[in-house]
Design a protein around this ligand. Structure first.
Ligand code: FES
Length: 107
């Protein structure tokens, strides 16, 4: 397997409903991961980018959280509708989506 240009980690971690931290599973993480998978497939991008769902990335209050390496960019509150923007502007265009980034004092 060739090394991917970028690795996309989508948090789909789940917690009990009464947990005060909440979780990305309840904030659209699974839908975001499914949309990434569909869009990468439709655009024939699996050879360039690697996608994995993951457990907690540590910024639960900003879920659904998406981390892109090697760029070290953490996205917040990612919903399915944001996925195309991240793919087009960041993954393909090389420009991280500033409006979706977790605040710099957090990540
Ligand atoms: S549950 Fe997703 S970052 Fe913690």
């Amino acid at each position: 397997m060739a090394r991917p240009e970028k690795h996309i980690l989508v948090c789909t971690h789940s917690r009990p409903k009464d947990d005060p931290k909440g979780c990305c599973a309840d904030r659209g993480g699974k839908e975001a991961a499914e949309t990434f998978a569909r869009e990468l497939g439709d655009r024939d991008l699996w050879g360039r980018f690697k996608l994995n769902t993951t457990s907690c990335l540590g910024v639960c209050e900003f879920g659904a959280s998406v981390l892109v390496y090697p760029d070290n960019v953490m996205y917040k509150e990612v919903q399915a509708d944001d996925v195309k923007t991240i793919i087009e502007e960041h993954l393909l265009g090389g420009n991280p989506v500033e409006a979706l980034k977790v605040p710099a004092d957090v990540w």
